[in-house]
Design a protein around this ligand. Structure first.
Ligand SMILES: Cc1ncc(COP(=O)(O)O)c(C=O)c1O
Length: 486
């Protein structure tokens, strides 16, 4: 029996118990050795848990009840845009014409799905101010890498093989330098100035003939809009480099400002964040990439095109970087994003941005008296506090994050961006009510007071969860990823 306040018992197997009942075989039994090589035939049955259907149902229900998701509580995980995922998206993704098609079907039989993808690309072209979009990449980081491979192919096509450096601000998400490295570039770090924005003087000293690109998130991961963006783009373009937009923070500017109008040459979007694809459990994402005209020849193939006869996949692109994903992206997430864009409309998307920014600023000003706020100007959709004051009293950011679990919240992003000591990055999103924002701020303020009066309660948190603090190193080094019979 599962009790909410006790650790789950994982070994429930009882010999001989089954969770299925199969009808009598009414076709001739096949001799496996006639159809499979002997190396693929089991000699002994797999050791699987033996359970009744009810045992399994209760086990997974108990597990799901202990999971924290946007549908169960506030989830202010900065830079991750954990907003509500409208359920109409799910209904549309389950339409049999979308859910039951196969990527290997003949194009003539899936014209509706291709039209949806084409229309989604067109909407993203409009939202980003780019000239063309591919839906192939499966996530943000994959989009980064795809765009960098195109930039590389572009420079090589111009004989600019000496462009080996990609500039990345020190506030950037870790995937930026990682994608640059995987795409074969050396990364050069650009400093953040005292105002939290790119240090222009530092940038100027780092650009040159070897610059392939600058990767920039705008607003940056401090939640601050790079107001010198036009000058930054000019600096990079003047030496022949490309400017890449990390679109993970598009929720802050969508329908208000477009990367294409800020001087960016290419962009990735996280449809699973801004455009309400469910995420957080490692499920499929979608990281479309948009490009300006001079990068179009390098788009991954196939390219989805509209012809007089309908929609088709074009493979005849001599300068393409090739395919980056089997088939054509994660279709189900793209259906959800399309549904979101169509149900919101341009004015709805603008309202999203405005509310996301108001919510973040409201929380930031309520919490400012209790925590260090390293950058004091108004923020966009998220803001970063520092627990440096609490650290002097023996309470670290990790302790605050753990204490928030006692109040039923998913903690904010911690220790990121790296250029803020004891960082707590909070992104409320637009879908939360004022009551929720206030209750969360009340919890944070209580934790700040506890730190002064009774720090042990924070240092020893969480107190209400089944497990206190996990041995994260052991979990990462020795993960148990499949059932092993006790
Ligand atoms: C600023 C930023 N860039 C890029 C990414 C990478 O996106 P994904 O997790 O979809 O690969 C993230 C993800 O958290 C992010 O916050």
């Amino acid at each position: 029996m599962h009790k909410d306040n006790q650790p789950l018992v994982f070994e429930l197997s009882k010999e001989g118990r089954t969770g299925y009942s199969l009808t009598e075989l009414d076709v001739p039994e096949v001799d496996l050795s006639e159809i499979l090589p002997s190396s693929l035939i089991r000699e002994e049955a797999a050791e699987l848990p033996e359970l009744s259907e009810l045992d399994i149902m209760r086990h997974y229900t108990a597990l799901s009840n202990r999971n924290h998701g946007v549908d169960s509580g506030f989830y202010p995980l900065g830079s991750c845009t954990m907003k509500y995922n409208p359920k109409i998206n799910e209904a549309v993704a389950r339409f049999s014409g979308f859910a039951n098609i196969h990527p290997l079907q003949d194009e003539s039989t899936v014209q509706g799905a291709m039209e949806l993808m084409y229309d989604l690309q067109e909407h993203l072209v409009e939202i980003t101010g780019m000239d063309e979009v591919t839906l192939q990449p499966a996530a943000g980081a994959h989009g980064e890498w795809t765009a960098l491979m195109m930039i590389r192919a572009f420079h090589e096509a111009n004989g600019d093989v000496q462009r080996t450096k990609v500039l990345v601000p020190d506030s950037a998400h870790g995937t930026n330098p990682a994608s640059a490295a995987v795409a074969g570039f050396d990364t050069v770090t650009v400093k953040t100035a005292e105002n939290g924005l790119v240090d222009l003087e530092d940038l100027k000293t780092k650009v040159g003939d070897d610059t392939a690109a600058l990767m920039l998130t705008n607003p940056n991961t401090l939640g601050l809009f790079e107001e010198d963006i036009l000058e930054i783009a000019d600096i990079i373009h003047s030496v022949g480099g490309k400017v890449y937009y990390d679109g993970a923070n598009l929720n802050a500017v969508m329908s208000k400002a477009r990367p294409g109008d800020m001087g960016f040459d290419c962009v990735h979007l996280n449809l699973h964040k801004t455009f309400t694809g469910p995420h957080g459990g490692g499920g499929p994402g979608s990281g479309p990439v948009g490009v300006k005209a001079d990068l179009i020849p390098f788009l991954p193939t196939p390219v989805l095109v509209k012809t007089d006869e309908g929609f088709a996949f074009d493979y005849n692109r001599p300068q393409t970087i090739g395919r980056v994903k089997p088939y054509y992206g994660n279709f189900g997430i793209n259906v959800r994003a399309y549904t979101y864009i169509r149900t919101m409309g341009p004015d709805g998307l603008k309202a999203v941005t405005e509310q996301a920014v108001v919510n973040a600023n409201y929380m930031m000003r309520r919490l400012e008296p209790y925590f260090e706020l390293p950058y004091k100007q108004h923020c966009k959709h998220e803001f970063v506090l520092s627990a440096s004051r609490q650290k002097k009293l023996g309470v670290r950011t990790l302790d605050i994050a753990k204490r928030l679990l006692d109040f039923g919240y998913h903690p904010p992003t911690t220790y990121f961006p790296l250029n803020v000591e004891e960082a707590l990055m909070i992104e409320p999103t637009e879908t939360e009510s004022k009551e929720t924002l206030d209750e969360f701020c009340d919890a944070m303020i209580q934790i700040a007071k506890e730190t002064e009066e009774n720090p042990e309660i924070v240092q020893e948190a969480p107190h209400t969860t089944v497990i206190n603090r996990l041995d994260e190193t052991r979990a990462a080094r020795n993960p148990v990823l499949r059932y092993q019979k006790a």
